[in-house]
Ligand binder design. Sequence first.
Ligand SMILES: [Fe+2]
Length: 371
Amino acid sequence: MEGSPPLKVLLADDEQLTLDVLGASLTAQGLDVVLASTSADAIRAVEASPFDAVVTDVVFDGTSEGEQILAATRKLRPDTVCLLMTGYPRVEAAVQAMKVGAVDYLQKPVDPELLGATIQRAVREQRLSSEELPYQDLVDILSGLVAKSIERVDPYTAGHGERTRKYCKMVAEDFGLDRKTIEHLELGAIAHDYGKIFLDDLGFLTKKGPLTPAERREMQRHPLVGAERLGEHPQLKRVVQYVVEHHERWDGLGYPFRLRGEEISRPGRILCVVEVFDSLTTRRSYKGAWSLQKTIDFFESQSGRAFAPDIIDTFLRLLEVHGEEWLMAPRADLAAAGLLVPAERGATEPPQPGATPSPDPGPAQAATVRP
Ligand SMILES: [Fe+2]
């Protein structure tokens, strides 16, 4: 609260010495303090002007008039932070404080420095909680929840959605795509594997060996299942489109619709490249993390085959600048999720000849590590 006017505090207690000592200290701490030695004075002060905080003793001359002060404050000035000073032991004091609507309590004798810090903190928290949630924060919070839900069924994808979102945004900005399209692409990047949550058999996510045809069919359902589950809200139409497209290939050999070339939207083509990059450079149950050079070689070999050449050109240019940083990012996220083991550091595996560069478990090589 630096630079803002001093917090206005009403301090109520029937002990004059307490008022004088605490009042002087709070004033010295930069607060604007009004003192009241009776509950009637305190209530009059609250009626007369607003306070950031009201701090009151519970017992005035043997009666619980402190509660009346807090009740009046809650009624007249509902945004005011209320704090209680009490001689009661800990548990009773906490219960009492909640009963009378105080956000916190301090046991008497009250340390003036602690009181000042408690007022500052309580007012700061109160202001934060009463502020309107910015739209972007709301999007970020909900996106995080979606990403965490996907990670719940596939822990190896820890951070995958957020990283894909970040890199997609950078590629899209490089192409000069408009803000709205980029926002839709970001949401598509977060939600691209949403369908995994709803598949009947998730065994393929952790399987080491090659998938059976049935497992492969199950795996390949996830783009369409995700699209169905995301629903038909008109604002999500393009997001759903990108989710559907994220395993299509430039040469028409992808899924679910075998779209070819520019039949795949440009944001969809960006997502295809970025998502595979992050998957290849992350350890999964069926493969180790690829090195940056192997990944670059792979993308160069797949330009015009799996991936759109213009997207590859842009992406490889970004990799020259951010490649090392992006390569390390999954490890940090896996470590945070408790999934990084020493044995995998530096583990790399080459692309399989003729394999679809799918991030999903394709024909697998022997995994070097398992969770
Ligand atoms: Fe996917």
